[in-house]
Design a protein around this ligand. Structure first.
Ligand code: SF4
Length: 326
């Protein structure tokens, strides 16, 4: 496989926050490794508060890691010079959840979409207009929509505009943070299909972040499941969604729309609320909600171990001797 376009090692983000009248560390993301190759979609899934958005911001160079490294084409992002940062901004484009806040209401759509093109030297006005028209049509809108303002469009159309803007500079990577979760269910399918078509036509790599494992399964090749800032399972999308090894992944599957109506019901319903990341449980961070917890789970954090589906998971159930350890 080719070298990754975007990768991360040991990525960690700690926020210093005031809690109960004293300052405390909040470990939003801890020890995430990932590698994204050309044409690949990496899904990152977990509940709200699991660290997905903080991870996305670090991968986009919008936030500095407390520890660990993000690499763009093998080079640490914190060593990129001005030209390297411009190349990064052109090659790695975000699409955020809410197209109402991500599009400036005072700017015409054409100007919004043309903005990333300003980083490409030597483009004429006519070439910019032509590219704006091309990407508007690629997302199912009309070239003449460039003259209108964002508030003249529905939520689904605005997200298409946000996608058009993201692909305008012919990026190599799209960072999609819950791109359909604010949309109606019928619009979601349209946008996911547009994204999938664009990815296949342009060989784009994508990071697809969502709380919904069914959506991630549709989009992703590989999946990382996160819980309280840490990866708890990773593997191919097919393996994670058909043979999950971690009880949390099974709970996420139970919460997702079943991809196959004839499939057996998920075996583990989700339990309870997500603990505060300011006061994470000792041992396995999932033990306070896990229906399969054992004595060891409250005191020992499980390591990432090989799972039968070919990926890895952090659960003592993967250690045959764990049930006997006090
Ligand atoms: Fe559940 Fe224990 Fe596995 Fe954690 S380590 S997921 S508590 S069985």
């Amino acid at each position: 496989m080719s070298d990754p376009i975007l990768s991360a090692e040991g990525l960690t983000r700690i926020f210093r926050v005031r809690h109960k009248e004293r300052m405390q560390d909040l470990h939003a993301v801890a020890g995430v490794d990932l590698a994204l190759h050309a044409g690949q979609t990496l899904g990152i899934v977990g509940e709200s508060g699991c660290g997905k958005t903080t991870l996305n911001r670090m991968l986009l160079m919008l936030d500095q890691p407390s520890a660990g490294t993000v690499r763009f084409r093998g080079r640490p992002c914190n060593t990129l010079d001005a030209a390297g940062k411009r190349a990064f901004r052109r090659a790695v484009q975000p699409v955020f959840q809410n197209p109402f806040s991500s599009l400036d209401p005072r700017m015409r759509v054409g100007r919004i979409i043309a903005e990333p093109l300003s980083t490409i030297p030597g483009l004429s006005r006519a070439e910019i207009d032509s590219r704006v028209a091309e990407v508007l049509e690629a997302v199912g809108l009309r070239a003449t929509d460039a003259r209108r303002f964002p508030n003249e469009f529905s939520g689904g159309q605005r997200q298409r505009i946000a996608i058009a803007r993201a692909i305008a500079s012919r990026p190599e990577v799209l960072m999609l943070d819950e791109p359909v979760s604010s949309q109606d269910i019928s619009i979601r399918a349209q946008i996911l299909n547009i994204l999938k078509d664009l990815q296949e036509e342009n060989g784009l790599a994508c990071v697809f972040i969502s709380h919904d494992l069914a959506t991630v399964r549709f989009m992703a090749d590989e999946v990382i499941v996160m819980y309280l800032g840490r990866p708890v399972e990773r593997g191919t999308a097919e393996a994670i969604c058909t043979r999950p090894a971690h009880p949390y992944t099974k709970a996420l599957l139970a919460a997702a729309l079943p991809p196959d109506p004839d499939a057996a019901p998920p075996e583990l319903p989700p339990q309870g609320e997500l603990p505060s990341p300011l006061d994470p449980p000792q041992g396995c961070p999932y033990h306070t909600r896990c229906p399969l917890r054992m004595e060891i789970c409250a005191s020992h954090r499980p390591a990432m171990l090989a799972a039968s589906h070919g990926g890895v998971a952090a659960c003592h159930l993967l250690e045959p001797e764990a049930a006997h350890v006090a």
